[in-house]
Ligand binder design. Structure first.
Ligand SMILES: [Zn+2]
Length: 158
């Protein structure tokens, strides 16, 4: 399979002009996510309101094109949504990457479905899931006042 089929227009766009690269003010959770296999290293920030709505989010760090496009697409999809909805999308994304998505799942995943073919490239799976895995870890396990600083914590795809 050629790279052409994976680096579709959607992925290119998110690489060249990421919407959510940078920092946000008032982040309530921050976590670094690492994929040692490829060398991807992202730093994800989310601002979650008291009502459980993800009000804003951003990422920084460096990594391959797939890891960066994937996290940018993810932030597009989860900002404005509830934590529960974000985790639901995460579950569908993980299913898709492991080749188990239904047509309905793919519809629901919207732009993230551009990464579907990664399921045929085992070496890149961790790149594609890095942002989602980090977000899941944040929402499930890291949400507390003490983790807002989080400078020396990280999660990994290993
Ligand atoms: Zn990578």
């Amino acid at each position: 399979m050629g790279l052409e089929s994976i680096y579709g227009e959607i992925l290119n766009e998110h690489n060249l002009r990421p919407s959510h690269r940078g920092n946000i003010s008032g982040a309530t959770i921050r976590l670094e996510g690492k994929n040692p296999t490829c060398g991807d290293d992202i730093y994800l920030e989310l601002k979650v309101g008291e009502d459980g709505i993800i009000e804003d989010g951003a990422f920084s760090g460096s990594g391959c094109a797939i890891s960066q496009a994937s996290v940018d697409i993810m932030l597009d999809m989860i900002i404005g949504e509830s934590k529960e909805r974000a985790l639901e999308l995460c579950g569908k994304f993980m299913g898709m990457i492991h080749g188990k998505a239904t047509e309905d799942d793919l519809d629901d995943l919207d732009e993230a479905a551009a990464l579907k073919d990664i399921s045929h490239m085992p070496a890149r799976v961790k790149c594609a899931v890095l942002g989602w895995h980090t977000m899941e870890e944040m929402l499930k396990n890291r949400e507390s006042e003490g983790h807002a600083r989080g400078e020396h914590e990280y999660c990994t795809t290993e």
